[in-house]
Design a protein around this ligand. Structure first.
Ligand code: AQP
Length: 348
């Protein structure tokens, strides 16, 4: 059977990039497969241990976890068909990460690009090499090790499929390499997980700077569309989104990254292909009309999610219960894997 694992960091409120890159696929995977009729086992985690690889305020982190949990439910995660849980309540994520730490070459992590870009964001350091002292003095072990913990997350459930946005592909490849290395060293234990990336809008870009990805941790709220933004805010953010002075609407991610990003969002919001989106917008000459149409598509798509969220926020006891139940179910599977791993390694 297919086993699906994916995670989201409770580092702020989920945005449209999270939704299109990951969450929309999470809910889709709860449906029976069109060919086999099989429903995979789905594990969806609020990855708080990942969140603390960057500084977090404890009270805000606690609240963000509940908010993210409610948002996942509002997006359609069904606790009957998916195990939704907080990562730190399953101790074996950290245990398996330690085992993987003991076999993963440092050089494999040095090649990862995410810690480099995060370092630039927080410290303004442009150093590129691990041996550069200006960089390594500010680089925390946890941030550097993030991809190993991610490999442990997936493999703890023997995940075969991982629905993620395009930005996580490099980390997923590392997880595959770690699985293969473990199997080679200690005998076959883990499958090689495959990425499931959405067809359109696999990487939603920032509204302010369409050459970098939309992200929760961007200091400017106008860079992203939060799933909880009101119609007025969505209108205003799209109206202010960076585009260009060229007439008409065309798809050209290199020359027209802003317009192309909005087109990608429009296509994904309406579940149509990029070609269809371009065709639908071909007659539009003014940027204002184009932006209005894009904003409208977002408002319409988010409306049912937002009303469900309001309903869930009025019932925090339900959200907590789902998380309690999820932690219990996740722990059962995690326990079996970690025992098998400890035995293979010689710790039992
Ligand atoms: N812009 C994006 N486009 C498509 N998919 C995206 N994802 C994130 N951003 C985009 C996907 O969402 C899932 C959860 O990832 P995350 O919690 O790491 O999201 P984030 O917004 O990237 O979070 P942060 O806290 O702001 O982290 P950084 O600083 O790394 O950007 C993943 O499947 C991811 O692919």
């Amino acid at each position: 059977a297919r086993r699906v694992f994916s995670g989201i960091q409770p580092t702020g409120t989920p945005h449209l990039g999270n939704y299109l890159g990951a969450l929309a696929n999470w809910t889709r995977l709860q449906e029976p497969d069109a060919v086999t009729g099989e429903i995979p086992l789905n594990y969806y985690s609020i990855v708080d241990l990942h969140a603390i690889t960057m500084p977090q305020k404890p009270a805000e982190l606690r609240q963000a976890k509940l908010d993210v949990a409610a948002t996942l439910l509002a997006c359609g995660i069904d606790p009957q068909r998916s195990v939704m849980f907080e990562q730190s309540r399953v101790g074996s994520h950290a245990e398996l990460a330690w085992i993987f730490n003991c076999i993963t070459p440092v050089g494999w992590l040095g090649r990862m690009t995410q810690w480099k870009s995060k370092m630039e964001k927080v410290g303004g350091s442009h150093a590129q090499s691990l041996t550069d002292e200006t960089l390594t003095s500010g680089l925390k072990m946890g941030l550097f090790d993030y991809p190993v913990l991610m490999a442990a997350d997936i493999l703890l459930y023997k995940g075969t499929h991982v629905p993620v946005g395009d930005d996580q592909i490099q980390h997923l490849e590392l997880a595959r390499d770690i699985a293969a290395l473990f199997n080679k060293t200690f005998g076959y234990t883990f499958p090689k997980p495959e990425a499931i990336v959405p067809p359109a809008a696999k990487r939603v870009m920032s509204l302010r700077d369409p050459t970098s990805k939309m992200s929760k941790s961007d200091p400017s709220d106008y860079s992203r569309l939060n799933l909880i933004d009101t119609p007025e805010i969505i209108q205003s953010k799209i109206a202010k989104a960076t585009t260009d002075g060229i007439r008409g609407v065309t798809y050209d991610p290199v020359e027209r990254p802003g317009v192309s990003n909005l087109l990608g969002i429009y296509a994904a919001m309406r579940d149509i292909s990029m070609e269809e989106a371009v065709k639908e917008c071909a007659d539009i000459t003014s940027t204002k009309d184009f932006k209005n149409r894009v904003a409208e598509s977002i408002i319409t798509r988010l409306q049912p999610i937002q009303s469900e969220l309001v309903r869930l926020q009025a019932d925090p006891g339900y959200v907590t219960k789902v998380l309690d139940d999820g932690a219990m179910r996740a722990n059962q599977v995690a326990h079996e894997t970690i025992e098998q791993v400890y035995k293979a390694v010689g710790l039992r």
